[in-house]
Design a protein around this ligand. Structure first.
Ligand code: ZN
Length: 410
């Protein structure tokens, strides 16, 4: 009998040791896990930040390169434009030269025509005089009426021939002059053509240079885009890791705080009981202390603060979640309307600290429940002695109400 009792107690004690041990070691484990996670995140963040720095300096270098290349392209284009202008000028000169040559060629053709006609005249006259024309010339001469008439006719013929000969010589001289001029013009044109060829070659080279520069710039731009993409990815990765880090740090704080509460120590800080409605004094419609009661109109002491109105998104506070300001155990839950507080919850923390949440629409916790800082315990309503949706929040230390705003909220 006695042994049975003892062994039952032993089993109970062992079970308790096992359960509590598991709870506490699980607690310790998860804290250790969080610290390990944090360390891993820190390491990854360090690596990513180093990588980001590397990418940033790479981007700076590429941008400098691109700037240089763009300047070079600008210069190459200006050089090309200059060449184009020179070529256009030269082409105008060549056209002019060709016109001059065409003109001189026309003059030469004209001179040749004149020469041909004049030579023909001369030949005709000479033929007439010395060959088949002998008879007729003799006829002309012998048909002279007198000797003097014969002489005058003879000298007239000789004069004609002499003048014809002179004229032919003159025309030949003119032609030779024109041809000499043309030769000069041709030589000049050859020079211009040569210059044109040189300029064409320069232009081709300049175009090649520009094409090469543009290709290089396009490549650098591609690299720049790739590095920018990489940087974007890194920034996003870093932001994600930092968000994780923040969440884990918050979790660690909560767990440490819970440990403090379990050890019976007072909370070292609070979290704002209606998340998002934390603009002080904007969301405080009634502070802690003496005031005229909004319903009774009597001078009385306000035992907490009233949190109301809108959050930054413009949403009204009614129906918004209320969270435990610190970790602890739910001591009182009043689930029916009535009395000053209406539906309310009282939570005991360590070190004689308590928080109270009044005028709730409804609660989501039960008496004896262990809650962690930030856990939802109910939603904002207007039960009890209230003129509208708001949370009446109280902090008590050893049963004495304190100004909730004298504590730190994280
Ligand atoms: Zn109040």
């Amino acid at each position: 009998m006695r042994g049975g009792k003892w062994s039952r107690f032993l089993v109970f004690a062992l079970v308790m040791v096992f359960v509590l041990g598991t709870v506490f070691s699980a607690q310790a484990d998860s804290l250790d896990d969080y610290f390990d996670d944090l360390e891993a995140i820190e390491k990854r963040l360090e690596e990513m930040k180093a990588e980001r720095q590397k990418n940033k300096s790479e981007l700076d270098k590429l941008r400098d390169q691109l700037e240089d290349l763009n300047r070079e392209i600008y210069n190459a284009e200006r050089e090309l434009a200059k060449l184009e202008e020179k070529i256009a000028q030269l082409e105008a000169e060549i056209a002019n030269q060709e016109q001059l040559i065409a003109d001189i060629e026309a003059s030469i053709a004209e001179t040749e025509e004149r020469l041909k006609i004049q030579t023909e005249y001369l030949e005709q006259r000479l033929c007439a005089m010395y060959k088949n024309g002998t008879v007729s010339y003799l006829e002309v001469l012998f048909s002279a009426s007198s000797f003097s008439d014969f002489l005058s006719r003879f000298s007239f013929l000789r004069m004609l021939i002499e003048s014809d000969t002179e004229l032919v010589a003159e025309i030949e001289e003119t032609k030779a002059g024109l041809e000499a001029d043309k030769a000069l013009l041709d030589a000049e044109l050859d020079k211009l053509m040569l210059r044109h060829e040189e300029l064409d070659a320069s232009r081709a080279a300049a175009e090649e240079d520009r094409a090469a520069l543009k290709k290089k710039a396009a490549r650098v731009k591609e690299l720049e885009a790739a590095v920018e993409k990489e940087l974007d990815k890194l920034n996003k990765g870093i932001a994600a890791e930092e968000a994780d880090k923040k969440a884990i740090e918050k979790e660690i704080k909560r767990l440490l705080e819970l440990e403090r509460v379990r050890a019976g120590e007072p909370p070292s800080f609070f979290t704002w009981p209606v998340p998002g409605f934390d603009r002080v004094p904007y969301n405080i419609t009634s502070p802690f202390g003496w005031r005229t009661h909004p319903i009774t109109g009597k001078w009385h002491f306000h035992s907490g603060i009233d949190i109301a109105r809108y959050n930054r998104e413009g949403q009204s506070i009614g129906g918004k979640p209320i969270v435990a300001a610190a970790s602890g155990t739910v001591d009182v839950v009043r689930n029916y309307d009535g009395g000053g507080y209406g539906i309310y919850v009282l939570i005991s923390h360590g070190g004689g600290y308590q928080t109270l949440y009044a005028h709730m629409r409804y609660t989501t916790v039960q008496v004896g429940q262990v809650v962690q800082m930030g856990d939802v315990i109910g939603v904002v309503g207007t039960t009890g002695s209230s003129t509208g949706n708001h949370l009446h929040f109280e902090v008590r230390v050893m049963g004495e109400v304190q100004d909730p705003l004298s504590y730190e909220y994280k």
